[in-house]
Design a protein around this ligand. Structure first.
Ligand code: 5GP
Length: 175
């Protein structure tokens, strides 16, 4: 597949403006308190980095890896932790950063697992995109960047078969 098959849905500028707004909200919420950002690899990496650059409090970054998607655009529905090594987060402010909540199964697994393991001072979940039409479980992030329709998206961290994560915009594949 080549980039010319991808149609832009959310431009680079729109993404950056929306991240400014999210960062303003988190700066207001946390003030100068230390925050652990948890990035869910690999899809959330661009969002995590751009959001982190705009935060004004002391930020620590952690990375975890979960798996739910099979190949191409199909999800297996079975979420499992591939790498979940985190420091002791008891008593900490934690902000989980996700690229997209789709079926919600990954977010459900993540929130349940983290809350069983730790007593946080504060816990927030932020997703850049909300694809609500495909939800299979009741879960919502505290903050979203954009609502999106039921379409397979690529770019700005999101891939198809490992490609296109590097695009600065979010697009969909034109049939
Ligand atoms: P969920 O468990 O909510 O169905 O989806 C979790 C993960 O699947 C997301 O963090 C993301 O990595 C991947 N995903 C969901 N929807 C899309 C999509 O439209 N495009 C891409 N590239 N990945 C997606």
């Amino acid at each position: 597949m080549i980039e010319s098959n991808i149609k832009e849905l959310i431009s680079e500028q729109e993404i950056q403006l929306q991240i400014n707004k999210l960062a303003d909200k988190f700066n207001e919420m946390y003030g100068k308190e230390e925050v652990y950002m948890i990035c869910v690899l690999k899809g959330s990496v661009m969002f995590m980095v751009d959001l982190a650059k705009r935060l004004k409090m002391p930020v620590k970054m952690e990375f975890i890896r979960l798996s739910s998607y099979g190949s191409g655009t199909t999800t297996s529905g079975n979420v499992c932790a591939v790498d979940f090594s985190l420091p002791d987060l008891n008593g900490k402010n934690v902000l989980v950063v996700e690229d997209i909540i789709d079926t919600g199964l990954t977010a459900r697994y993540l929130v349940d697992t983290l809350k069983q393991k730790y007593q946080f001072k504060d816990f927030k979940f932020c997703a850049l995109l909300n694809k609500k039409a495909r939800r299979k479980t009741e879960i919502e992030a505290d903050l979203y960047g954009f609502e999106v329709e039921d379409r397979y998206l690529v770019g700005y961290g999101m891939d198809i078969d490992g490609c296109f994560r590097n695009l600065p915009y979010i697009g969909y594949i034109e049939e």
